[in-house]
Design a protein around this ligand. Structure first.
Ligand SMILES: CC(C)(COP(=O)(O)OP(=O)(O)OC[C@H]1O[C@@H](n2cnc3c(N)ncnc32)[C@H](O)[C@@H]1OP(=O)(O)O)[C@@H](O)C(=O)NCCC(=O)NCCS
Length: 176
């Protein structure tokens, strides 16, 4: 199953996505608000897990393709976090795009579609997003897709004193 927006395609992953995804995961600018960059092996492993979840559930962190060029630009989609959060259980919406494609409104465009799929096709009741308090670009995406700013919390996987530990959660409810 593929989903189309005006400029993008959300789809299952392909073999040819592995290389550009690894490059993006090794790019310190893209990974600025994450504790570390990822090796090729870790990146490939992540894709394997994501692919399986999409195959099992029909939803997940979809690969995003730019229609005009056919380029793989990153992922946007829905996921169940693999660790306990103060507000678990939740379904999160998340995004990670190659910086060559930032600033075009692609993340909000794809995220809108992901919310629509989650709410209309899979009857999800609520979707959250969370990010490091300093990650303003990501919070801008949350605002643009109509999410409400919630509370701050400490990320459970980051130690005290870690510069990215403080996080913020945003929420959006299914009004149907
Ligand atoms: C967050 C992210 C997905 C935004 O995607 P995008 O398609 O550029 O989204 P937009 O075009 O709507 O821009 C959103 C905000 O990003 C920032 N931004 C835009 N272009 C930028 C650029 N070239 N460099 C740095 N920040 C930029 C701006 O704050 C912008 O807000 P504004 O529109 O109010 O000015 C993208 O920056 C990204 O992948 N970042 C790295 C991964 C990440 O942090 N993911 C979130 C983890 S929770």
């Amino acid at each position: 199953m593929e989903y189309h927006t005006e400029r993008l395609i959300l789809r299952q992953w392909k073999q040819s996505d592995l290389e550009p995804f690894a490059a993006l995961n090794a790019n310190p600018e893209v990974m600025r608000y994450f504790p570390k960059i990822r090796t090729r092996e870790e990146s490939d492993e992540m894709v394997k897990t994501i692919e399986q979840r999409i195959a099992e559930n029909g939803w997940g962190f979809w690969a995003v393709e730019e229609k005009s060029s056919g380029a793989f630009i990153g992922f946007v989609g829905l996921n169940i976090p693999g660790y306990e959060l103060p507000f678990s259980p939740v379904i999160e919406i998340g995004w990670r795009l190659d910086n060559a494609f930032w600033g075009k409104g692609y993340a909000p465009e794809a995220a809108h579609k992901a919310l629509e799929i989650g709410f209309e096709q899979f009857a999800m009741k609520e979707i959250v997003a969370f990010t490091a308090l300093d990650n303003i670009p990501s919070q801008r995406v949350m605002e643009k897709i109509g999410m409400q700013r919630g509370e701050e919390f400490d990320h459970p996987l980051l130690d005290e004193g870690h510069p990215l530990r403080r996080h913020i959660v945003y929420r959006i409810a299914n009004l149907k």
